[in-house]
Ligand binder design. Structure first.
Ligand code: 13P
Length: 257
Protein backbone atom coordinates (compact mmCIF):
# COMPACT_ATOMS: atom_id res chain seq x y z
CA UNK A 1 0.00 0.00 0.00
CA UNK A 2 1.52 3.29 -1.07
CA UNK A 3 1.27 6.15 1.41
CA UNK A 4 0.80 9.26 -0.74
CA UNK A 5 3.31 12.08 -0.42
CA UNK A 6 2.55 15.78 -0.74
CA UNK A 7 5.77 17.77 -0.87
CA UNK A 8 6.23 21.51 -1.11
CA UNK A 9 9.10 22.69 -3.30
CA UNK A 10 9.79 26.21 -2.09
CA UNK A 11 12.32 26.88 -4.87
CA UNK A 12 14.30 30.10 -4.13
CA UNK A 13 11.76 31.49 -1.67
CA UNK A 14 11.90 32.06 2.09
CA UNK A 15 14.69 32.97 4.46
CA UNK A 16 15.42 30.90 7.55
CA UNK A 17 13.19 33.16 9.65
CA UNK A 18 10.35 32.92 7.12
CA UNK A 19 10.72 29.14 7.01
CA UNK A 20 10.36 28.98 10.78
CA UNK A 21 7.21 31.12 10.66
CA UNK A 22 5.73 28.98 7.89
CA UNK A 23 6.29 25.72 9.74
CA UNK A 24 4.91 27.07 13.02
CA UNK A 25 1.74 28.07 11.17
CA UNK A 26 1.53 24.83 9.21
CA UNK A 27 1.74 22.81 12.42
CA UNK A 28 -1.22 24.69 13.85
CA UNK A 29 -3.42 23.81 10.85
CA UNK A 30 -2.22 20.24 10.22
CA UNK A 31 -2.95 18.66 13.55
CA UNK A 32 -4.94 15.58 12.52
CA UNK A 33 -3.37 12.20 11.84
CA UNK A 34 -3.25 12.27 8.04
CA UNK A 35 -3.22 9.39 5.60
CA UNK A 36 -0.67 11.25 3.48
CA UNK A 37 2.93 12.04 4.22
CA UNK A 38 3.81 15.73 4.10
CA UNK A 39 7.22 17.23 3.33
CA UNK A 40 8.63 20.71 2.84
CA UNK A 41 11.74 21.42 0.77
CA UNK A 42 13.22 24.83 1.69
CA UNK A 43 16.38 26.40 0.25
CA UNK A 44 19.66 25.19 1.79
CA UNK A 45 20.03 28.21 4.06
CA UNK A 46 16.67 27.53 5.71
CA UNK A 47 17.12 23.77 6.25
CA UNK A 48 18.51 24.04 9.75
CA UNK A 49 15.84 26.45 10.97
CA UNK A 50 13.18 24.27 9.35
CA UNK A 51 14.58 21.11 10.97
CA UNK A 52 14.43 22.73 14.41
CA UNK A 53 10.77 23.68 13.91
CA UNK A 54 9.86 20.29 12.43
CA UNK A 55 11.42 18.28 15.28
CA UNK A 56 8.77 16.03 16.81
CA UNK A 57 6.25 16.70 14.03
CA UNK A 58 5.19 14.28 11.28
CA UNK A 59 6.23 16.72 8.56
CA UNK A 60 9.39 15.63 6.76
CA UNK A 61 12.23 17.81 5.48
CA UNK A 62 13.70 17.72 1.99
CA UNK A 63 16.31 19.61 -0.01
CA UNK A 64 16.02 20.77 -3.60
CA UNK A 65 19.35 19.61 -5.03
CA UNK A 66 22.74 18.23 -4.03
CA UNK A 67 26.14 17.22 -5.38
CA UNK A 68 26.98 13.52 -5.73
CA UNK A 69 30.26 13.66 -3.82
CA UNK A 70 30.47 13.38 -0.06
CA UNK A 71 32.87 16.34 0.07
CA UNK A 72 35.46 18.02 -2.12
CA UNK A 73 36.58 21.12 -3.99
CA UNK A 74 33.19 21.95 -5.51
CA UNK A 75 32.62 25.62 -4.75
CA UNK A 76 28.99 26.42 -4.12
CA UNK A 77 27.82 22.82 -3.81
CA UNK A 78 26.21 20.90 -0.95
CA UNK A 79 26.77 17.19 -0.31
CA UNK A 80 24.41 14.35 0.61
CA UNK A 81 26.22 13.93 3.91
CA UNK A 82 25.51 17.58 4.75
CA UNK A 83 21.84 17.18 3.88
CA UNK A 84 21.58 14.07 6.01
CA UNK A 85 23.09 15.87 8.98
CA UNK A 86 20.76 18.84 8.40
CA UNK A 87 17.82 16.49 8.97
CA UNK A 88 16.65 15.85 5.41
CA UNK A 89 14.69 12.74 4.55
CA UNK A 90 14.12 13.74 0.91
CA UNK A 91 16.05 15.44 -1.85
CA UNK A 92 14.52 16.65 -5.11
CA UNK A 93 16.75 15.66 -8.04
CA UNK A 94 16.59 16.63 -11.69
CA UNK A 95 13.94 19.30 -11.36
CA UNK A 96 13.25 20.85 -14.77
CA UNK A 97 14.56 24.20 -13.52
CA UNK A 98 17.88 22.47 -12.70
CA UNK A 99 17.88 20.85 -16.13
CA UNK A 100 16.94 24.08 -17.94
CA UNK A 101 18.94 26.77 -16.12
CA UNK A 102 21.87 24.73 -14.80
CA UNK A 103 22.13 22.23 -17.65
CA UNK A 104 21.86 19.14 -15.48
CA UNK A 105 21.96 15.95 -17.47
CA UNK A 106 20.37 12.55 -16.84
CA UNK A 107 23.89 11.18 -16.26
CA UNK A 108 24.50 13.69 -13.46
CA UNK A 109 21.08 13.04 -12.01
CA UNK A 110 21.93 9.33 -12.02
CA UNK A 111 25.10 9.99 -10.02
CA UNK A 112 23.20 12.20 -7.57
CA UNK A 113 20.49 9.62 -7.19
CA UNK A 114 22.93 6.83 -6.34
CA UNK A 115 24.72 9.09 -3.86
CA UNK A 116 21.42 10.05 -2.22
CA UNK A 117 20.48 6.39 -1.78
CA UNK A 118 23.91 5.62 -0.36
CA UNK A 119 23.37 8.31 2.25
CA UNK A 120 19.89 7.16 3.16
CA UNK A 121 18.13 10.09 1.51
CA UNK A 122 15.00 9.44 -0.54
CA UNK A 123 15.36 11.05 -3.98
CA UNK A 124 12.33 12.68 -5.56
CA UNK A 125 13.38 12.29 -9.20
CA UNK A 126 11.67 14.72 -11.57
CA UNK A 127 10.85 13.98 -15.19
CA UNK A 128 8.60 15.75 -17.67
CA UNK A 129 8.30 17.05 -21.19
CA UNK A 130 8.39 20.60 -22.56
CA UNK A 131 5.43 22.08 -24.41
CA UNK A 132 6.97 21.60 -27.88
CA UNK A 133 7.73 17.99 -27.02
CA UNK A 134 4.14 17.39 -25.94
CA UNK A 135 2.77 19.08 -29.06
CA UNK A 136 5.04 16.94 -31.22
CA UNK A 137 3.60 13.84 -29.56
CA UNK A 138 6.90 13.01 -27.86
CA UNK A 139 5.83 13.03 -24.20
CA UNK A 140 6.29 9.31 -23.62
CA UNK A 141 9.59 9.16 -25.52
CA UNK A 142 11.00 12.11 -23.54
CA UNK A 143 9.91 10.73 -20.18
CA UNK A 144 11.23 7.29 -21.14
CA UNK A 145 14.65 8.70 -22.06
CA UNK A 146 14.82 10.68 -18.81
CA UNK A 147 13.98 7.55 -16.81
CA UNK A 148 16.45 5.39 -18.74
CA UNK A 149 19.26 7.87 -18.14
CA UNK A 150 18.56 8.82 -14.56
CA UNK A 151 17.74 5.31 -13.29
CA UNK A 152 20.59 3.50 -15.09
CA UNK A 153 22.23 0.76 -13.07
CA UNK A 154 19.78 0.73 -10.17
CA UNK A 155 18.78 -2.61 -8.62
CA UNK A 156 15.11 -3.41 -7.92
CA UNK A 157 15.66 -2.91 -4.20
CA UNK A 158 17.10 0.55 -4.85
CA UNK A 159 14.16 1.46 -7.07
CA UNK A 160 11.76 0.90 -4.17
CA UNK A 161 13.53 3.66 -2.26
CA UNK A 162 12.75 6.30 -4.89
CA UNK A 163 9.94 8.73 -5.40
CA UNK A 164 9.33 9.85 -8.99
CA UNK A 165 7.61 13.12 -9.84
CA UNK A 166 6.06 13.66 -13.25
CA UNK A 167 6.18 17.41 -13.84
CA UNK A 168 5.27 18.53 -17.36
CA UNK A 169 7.35 21.66 -17.88
CA UNK A 170 4.47 23.51 -19.54
CA UNK A 171 2.41 23.10 -16.37
CA UNK A 172 5.00 24.49 -13.95
CA UNK A 173 4.17 27.96 -12.68
CA UNK A 174 1.79 28.56 -15.57
CA UNK A 175 -1.55 27.85 -13.94
CA UNK A 176 -2.04 25.22 -16.63
CA UNK A 177 -2.49 21.88 -14.88
CA UNK A 178 -2.38 18.60 -16.75
CA UNK A 179 -5.78 16.97 -17.01
CA UNK A 180 -6.01 14.23 -14.39
CA UNK A 181 -6.32 11.65 -17.20
CA UNK A 182 -3.13 12.96 -18.85
CA UNK A 183 -1.24 12.81 -15.55
CA UNK A 184 -2.58 9.28 -15.05
CA UNK A 185 -1.49 8.22 -18.53
CA UNK A 186 2.10 9.36 -18.00
CA UNK A 187 2.29 8.11 -14.41
CA UNK A 188 1.00 4.71 -15.54
CA UNK A 189 3.67 4.70 -18.24
CA UNK A 190 6.32 5.51 -15.60
CA UNK A 191 5.08 2.59 -13.51
CA UNK A 192 5.28 0.30 -16.53
CA UNK A 193 8.91 1.32 -17.04
CA UNK A 194 9.59 0.64 -13.35
CA UNK A 195 7.87 -2.75 -13.68
CA UNK A 196 10.12 -3.68 -16.59
CA UNK A 197 13.20 -2.60 -14.67
CA UNK A 198 12.41 -3.91 -11.20
CA UNK A 199 9.35 -6.18 -11.34
CA UNK A 200 5.75 -5.59 -10.38
CA UNK A 201 6.32 -5.68 -6.62
CA UNK A 202 9.00 -2.98 -6.70
CA UNK A 203 7.04 -0.84 -9.16
CA UNK A 204 3.89 -1.18 -7.09
CA UNK A 205 5.67 0.19 -4.03
CA UNK A 206 7.05 3.33 -5.68
CA UNK A 207 5.22 6.61 -5.24
CA UNK A 208 4.77 8.54 -8.47
CA UNK A 209 3.77 12.15 -7.87
CA UNK A 210 2.36 14.78 -10.19
CA UNK A 211 3.65 18.36 -10.19
CA UNK A 212 2.63 21.48 -12.13
CA UNK A 213 0.16 24.12 -10.95
CA UNK A 214 -1.29 21.90 -8.22
CA UNK A 215 -3.86 23.88 -6.21
CA UNK A 216 -6.42 23.13 -3.49
CA UNK A 217 -9.13 22.85 -6.15
CA UNK A 218 -7.39 20.31 -8.40
CA UNK A 219 -5.55 18.07 -5.93
CA UNK A 220 -8.48 15.73 -5.29
CA UNK A 221 -9.13 14.95 -8.96
CA UNK A 222 -5.41 14.39 -9.58
CA UNK A 223 -5.01 12.09 -6.61
CA UNK A 224 -8.16 10.18 -7.53
CA UNK A 225 -6.13 8.71 -10.39
CA UNK A 226 -4.81 5.24 -9.58
CA UNK A 227 -1.17 6.03 -10.42
CA UNK A 228 -0.99 9.54 -8.94
CA UNK A 229 0.43 8.98 -5.46
CA UNK A 230 0.71 12.58 -4.37
CA UNK A 231 1.99 15.92 -5.54
CA UNK A 232 5.07 18.09 -5.76
CA UNK A 233 3.74 21.60 -5.21
CA UNK A 234 5.58 24.81 -6.09
CA UNK A 235 3.86 28.20 -5.83
CA UNK A 236 0.89 26.94 -3.83
CA UNK A 237 3.20 25.47 -1.17
CA UNK A 238 4.43 28.90 -0.07
CA UNK A 239 1.43 29.84 2.09
CA UNK A 240 0.68 27.57 5.03
CA UNK A 241 -3.10 27.84 4.68
CA UNK A 242 -3.03 27.06 0.94
CA UNK A 243 -0.54 24.21 1.36
CA UNK A 244 -2.61 22.77 4.22
CA UNK A 245 -5.70 22.95 2.00
CA UNK A 246 -3.85 20.91 -0.63
CA UNK A 247 -2.80 18.34 1.96
CA UNK A 248 -6.36 18.06 3.25
CA UNK A 249 -7.72 17.92 -0.31
CA UNK A 250 -5.35 15.02 -0.93
CA UNK A 251 -6.91 12.96 1.84
CA UNK A 252 -10.67 13.40 1.44
CA UNK A 253 -12.95 12.39 4.24
CA UNK A 254 -10.40 13.10 6.95
CA UNK A 255 -11.02 15.44 9.80
CA UNK A 256 -8.59 18.19 10.54
CA UNK A 257 -7.68 20.17 13.55
P1 13P B 1 4.09 25.12 -9.50
O1 13P B 1 3.25 24.34 -8.51
O2 13P B 1 4.37 26.50 -9.07
O3 13P B 1 3.54 25.00 -10.88
O4 13P B 1 5.54 24.39 -9.52
C1 13P B 1 5.60 23.02 -9.66
C2 13P B 1 6.97 22.58 -9.38
O5 13P B 1 7.90 22.91 -10.09
C3 13P B 1 7.19 21.74 -8.20
O6 13P B 1 8.47 21.19 -8.18
Amino acid sequence: MRVPLIAGNWKMYKTAAEAGDFIRQLKTVLTAQLRVEVAVCPPFTALHAAALELAGSRIALGAQNMHWEEEGAYTGEVSPRMLKEAGCRYVILGHSERRQYFHETDQEINKKLKAALKWGLTPIVCVGEKLAEREAGNTIAVVNAQLEGSLAGLAAEELTRLVIAYEPVWAIGTGRTAQPEDAQQVNAFIRSVLTTRGGAAAAGAIRILYGGSVKPDNIASLMAQPDVDGALVGGASLRPDVFAAIVKGGCPGEGNG
